[in-house]
Design a protein around this ligand. Sequence first.
Ligand SMILES: [Mg+2]
Length: 394
Amino acid sequence: MVVRLRLKRTVKVLVLYTVVSEILFFLHRVTLFLLHEHRVEMTQRKIIHVDCDCFYAAIEMRDDPRLAGKPLAVGGSADRRGVIATCNYEARAYGVRSAMSSGHALKLCPDLTIVKPRMDAYREASREIHTIFRDYTEIIEPLSLDEAYLDVSDSAHFGGSATRIAQDIRRRVSNQLHITVSAGVAPNKFLAKIASDWKKPNGLFVITPDQVEAFVSGLSVSKLHGVGKVTAERLGKLGIVDCSQLREWDKLALVREFGSFGERLWSLARGIDDRLVHNDSRRQSISVENTYDVDLPDLRSCLEKLPELLDTLATRMARIDSSYRPGKPFVKVKFHDFTQTTLEQAGAGRDLGSYQLLLTQAFNRGGKPVRLLGVGVRLEDLRGGFEQMELFER
Ligand SMILES: [Mg+2]
């Protein structure tokens, strides 16, 4: 009797033990799964690299259609020992390249038209493109006027699809600015930049996280970020031409050959690049705008609003630091039908009279009731650097 009771108890304990351990095991699996998901979520970034196609030349062809369809370059004139800043694809077919002397370019392509750069027009187009970018993310890192990284990892647009965001950006730039951009989508900067070049011009190329492995293994080492001609040659001497060959080397051996860059090579060969997209914190302008509850019916009622807008602008201007210099004044007018115009004037003052003149001209472009008025000042960045970087555009 006692033995049977003990047996029953033992069976009960065993069953209980089994059930509890099953539950614990299940919980353990769930925890692991959640942790894994979390990790993937933390590390899975969505980066878009946007690059305009022959930007300066594209703007010139857009603004003067007579230039389109023929070899065109933007740069300094040959008789002044000028150089080519960029050229269209018709000119590239002749071997014309950026940073080439204009004289040499004309030898390669005698029919080449070379026009002087109009930096103001390029900056304006760049600003418009960045306004489009900001509809999707605030994390934007410009590399030049026509090139930028966007981190859209946390963007809610299109259900978080970076591919569809890139498609939409390309569509909007084309519709609004009448130029084309190429885009690359990838989990990091280095792959996104390669991707934007893959289907250039006017193309989109996507590298999804599960395609990284295959994509990188076929990649030439010369495509790796930071590998210039010299490093590529050194790698070549070691028998390393593509990334699959590079992967055969362990980290230590690469560090022995290339110093700290060896570690970077090891990572890049595996498609790893943790560099963040650095927000552009440098301001390009400072402005104040106001949307009115009731549309302003005519020019006079718009002009009456100027003094208070300029007062607020002056307060904001007083807060900017000395690394900026105030530049051109501008006004923005949005009409009741949501069409809008922005007008700026080089060399104009920043006094009430100058803004009155600008506003009058801007208003007359539409001549309709106004829902929004804005006034501002372009800023010149005294830290510089940006200008030199953008001179030779690919
Ligand atoms: Mg470009």
